[in-house]
Design a protein around this ligand. Structure first.
Ligand SMILES: NC(=O)c1ccc[n+]([C@@H]2O[C@H](COP(=O)([O-])OP(=O)(O)OC[C@H]3O[C@@H](n4cnc5c(N)ncnc54)[C@H](OP(=O)(O)O)[C@@H]3O)[C@@H](O)[C@H]2O)c1
Length: 261
């Protein structure tokens, strides 16, 4: 447990998208740091098993709530779920990432990307940040992706939504820092999660375990607006973002997304 982390970002953390993969890893790491948790996702059974595991292994209070981040009444729902909690840390991890060329995707699928990956984090931060500002300390984590730095064919809407999160996070980092609230955008490369296993065959270069991504992300809070977890991913970011022309970066992304299913 880290007393300074708890003092700054505790006592409660809310994680949107916490039933498996990276979100469950955030829950595990935050429970180990002594935080109480409100875990949100759509699948009740998975949420329940994450919560039971954490209650058994820590003294943490864990609440779970089935909540689709695309629901139309999300502002009201989030307000109601957190009204009696002193939330010091908000982690937006949920994402929707349909694979395929845009013209083959339905408008509903594309709008769900906007709802979960764009509207969701906007409402989430707008709802939870004011109380942190009022008490003068807190933290916000937005999960983004290396795909958000340039065009990424076959995951165009997802990549664009992750670009939104990078710019949103950087903006909020600057707005909220003087008020004592740390914001970090985690621009992850490939992460070993159930969602990753469903879309990718084999291990992509720079693939990280979820725990490693969580650790680097939480440690980056208060140290800058964004973090790219993993040395291989930082090298990829430097090469694609600084050394190569943008069209070459898009071509490299196209090669790596060709195998996604
Ligand atoms: N995995 C990677 O290789 C990778 C790479 C770069 C960035 N990222 C980013 O890292 C984050 C986590 O990715 P991931 O691979 O762990 O898994 P994921 O399948 O993207 O889902 C993560 C969690 O979000 C929940 N979720 C999905 N849609 C939701 C919705 N509409 N409402 C509420 N919860 C929802 C899922 O639970 P339910 O289905 O139970 O709702 C799950 O608990 C995402 O933001 C992703 O963009 C991942």
């Amino acid at each position: 447990m880290s007393p300074s982390f708890l003092a700054k970002y505790g006592p409660w953390a809310v994680i949107a998208g916490a039933s498996e993969g990276l979100g469950a890893a955030f829950a595990t790491a935050l429970a180990a740091r002594g935080m109480h948790l409100l875990l949100l996702a759509r699948r009740a059974e998975l949420l329940r098993s994450v919560a039971e595991r954490l209650r058994a292994s820590s003294k943490t209070e864990v609440r779970t709530e089935v909540c689709d981040m695309a629901r139309s009444d999300l502002p009201r729902a989030l307000k109601a779920l957190t009204s009696d909690l002193d939330v010091g840390l908000a982690v937006y991890n949920a994402a929707y990432a349909p694979v395929g060329v845009l013209v083959g995707q339905s408008i509903d699928e594309l709008l769900n990307v906007v709802d979960v990956n764009v509207r969701g984090p906007l409402i989430f931060t707008r709802t939870l940040a004011p109380k942190m500002v009022a008490r003068g300390h807190g933290g916000i984590v937005l999960m983004s992706s290396l795909a958000g730095f340039q065009g990424a064919p076959r995951i165009a809407a997802y990549a664009a939504s992750k670009a939104f999160n990078i710019v949103l996070g950087e903006s909020l980092w600057s707005e909220l820092r003087p008020q004592g609230v740390d914001v970090v955008v985690s621009c992850a490369g490939a992460i070993r999660t159930p969602a990753y296993a469903k879309t990718v065959d084999g291990d992509a270069p720079g693939l990280l375990d979820a725990d490693a991504v969580v650790e680097e992300t939480l440690n980056a809070l208060g140290r800058g607006a964004s973090v790219v977890p993993g040395a291989v991913n930082r090298l990829a970011r430097f090469t694609l973002g600084r050394l190569l022309p943008r069209r070459a970066a898009v071509a490299i992304m196209a090669r790596s997304t060709k195998e996604l299913s």
